[in-house]
Each structure stands twice: as structure tokens, then as C-alpha cells.
Design a protein around this ligand. Sequence first.
Ligand SMILES: Nc1ncnc2c1ncn2[C@@H]1O[C@H](COP(=O)(O)OP(=O)(O)OP(=O)(O)O)[C@@H](O)[C@H]1O
Ligand SMILES: [Mg+2]
Length: 340
Amino acid sequence: MFLKKITLFNFRNFKNLELNFEKNTTFIVGKNSLGKTNILEAVYFLINGVGFREEKEEELIKIEENQSQVLGSFLVDNDFLTYEIKIKLVNGKILKKFYIENTEKNHFQYKKDLIKTVLFSPDQLNIIIGSPQDRRDYFNKIIGLFDYQYKKSLNNYEKALRKRNKLLEAKISIDKLKEELRFWDDYLIKQGSYLSLKRQEYIDFLNSHQKVDVKFFSIKYLKNEISKKSLEDSFEESLRYRKTLVGPQKDDFEILINEKNVHKFASRSEQRLAIFWLKINEIKYIEENLKTKPIVLLDDIFSELDDTNQKLIFPIIKNYQTIATAINKIEENDYQIIYL
Ligand SMILES: Nc1ncnc2c1ncn2[C@@H]1O[C@H](COP(=O)(O)OP(=O)(O)OP(=O)(O)O)[C@@H](O)[C@H]1O
Ligand SMILES: [Mg+2]
């Protein structure tokens, strides 16, 4: 599947914009605030039905307008298929409609056969410099993409954890507490073990693809195991804090470049490359699971990278349709540049 054309109406800062994609790699080049990120977001929105900045959805609509539309023409086996999303602000609420070839679909039908996206955005540097929760959120999203059971277990686990913590806060006798906890502990161990297992599998997958050119990446899974023993051992302390102190809600991950911990020691370019390594593996993961190639969206990945590091990226992305933003022209052959 190849995105051939995208048309925006009243999307973010664009009143009306049409872009044609002619090569596998397209650079959107322009000065600050012209709308480069907004174009990537429009492509992401067209495919996923949501924006990528996690703000209010109405902010996708151009200021002072009340409806917006994004249309895309995809090349599929020598045929063109038109996908379209309309959003409208009605009495302060967002109404969203999905269409394939002008026929209305629900979100699930709309997304079913669409290409997948792999996005790099500068916000994702939080996977390196942010909190363990940022890292867990990232891995939850990737694993949940293909494993419905994982999503369900995560949801069940989080709900049960809240219930268990409520019990720890309750003013009841120790005997009664222990009795009540028995059910929740078994349940948490069952759901939590599945989360740990799937996280471990994804980390093993990452560690089976460690090399990018001359650089060598790896990741450690700092697993916080949930088991009868770990719950028992931490029981006294959990009473003091009135909180469950063990389990996958305490997991963390540590990325290394050439054996060096990037969270503690990496320079800005190394942080970017570490994220790029995660992205390459997202691409591979999608390819292995779906047997199709995703479209790769790279927002501002090249800033802070010197020529040598930029050159690590090109051989990888040229195998996929890639849309990248940059403030200055990038010197590389065989790509399309769209100047804003
Ligand atoms: N709903 C909206 N309506 C109108 N303008 C908007 C809306 N949302 C965002 N903008 C504006 O769109 C402009 C372009 O934003 P965008 O983030 O795409 O710029 P950019 O080209 O990526 O800039 P940079 O080089 O700084 O990353 C900004 O000035 C932003 O305030
Ligand atoms: Mg930008």
C-alpha cells in the first residue's frame, strides 16, 4: 500500500493543501512553524483516526472553523482507493466520520486493511529521558498492537491493583485483610505474569536485532516479578505504604548503546539513535506479524545528527514509504522534496 496523495481541508494551520507523493522517501522541508509536523500528523490521522499529540481532538480543526477533512488516495495493487475522515464540532462535541470510496464505515472497518504507521516524534525522547511509566506506556502500546490478550490483561491488572491497594488502605484487621487479599493476589499473579512474559518476549525480540551499521544496541528488562513469594516478602512494607510494592507496574527498561546506559550517559544524538533503534524494530515487528510494510513518519529526526549518523538512517528507510520533516535540505539522492 502506497500513499499517493493527501488532501487537507481546515486541518490545523492548513485551509486547503494537496500533496502528491512520488518517491519512497519524501522530505517536507520548511522553516519553523510552517506546518511540517501538522502534515505528518494529518497522515497519521488519516491512517489511525486519531492525532498524535494527545491533545483535544477539536484542536485538529483549524482555528475559527468547525469542521475539517482529510482525504488520502492509496495505491493498492494498481488500483487507487480513497480513504477519508471528516470531523465536525457540534455543540462542543467532536463528530467523526470515516469513509472508504465515499461509503461510510465504522472505525474498525475503516482501519482493518489500512497500512500501519511507525512514527518518530521528538516527544518520544521521553522513552529515554522520561520516567519508567513513559517506557512502560511505550512497550504496552507496541505489544498491545498485535496482542489483544495483553491489552485485556493490562486493563484487568490495573483494575485489580487499584482494588488491592484500596484494601491495603482500609481499616480492617490483619486477618481479614489477608483473607480478602488471597483472591486478589492470585488474580494479580495470573494477569501480571502474562504481562511480564510478553514484555520479556518483546525485549528478547529487540535483543535479537542489536546491530545498526557499526553501532550496537541492547536493552535490559528490569523485571519486578509478581509471585506469591514477592507479595509475601513485601507484605509488611506494603502495609506501611498502603500500596502494592511489587509487580509489572514497577517494571523498567534500560537501553544501552555499545554497553553504555543511554538514560544516564547518552548525548542528544545518542538518545535520538536509541529511539531510532526502537523504531527500526517496530518496523520489523510489524513486518513479521502482518507480512506488510508500514509507512514511516519521521518528525525532525535529523536535527542534532551529523552526516555520519544521518547516513545510518537512509539505507533503512529507503525500503519503506517514508515521510520525514526537516528544517534544511538533506543531501541524499533519489528522494522527493516538498518545500513549504
Ligand atoms: N488548529 C489549529 N489551527 C490553526 N493553526 C494551528 C492549529 N494547530 C496548530 N496550529 C499552528 O500551526 C503552525 C505549524 O505547526 P507545526 O507544528 O506543524 O510547525 P512545524 O513546521 O513543524 O514547526 P517546527 O519547525 O517548529 O517543528 C503553528 O504555528 C501552530 O501554532
Ligand atoms: Mg515540527
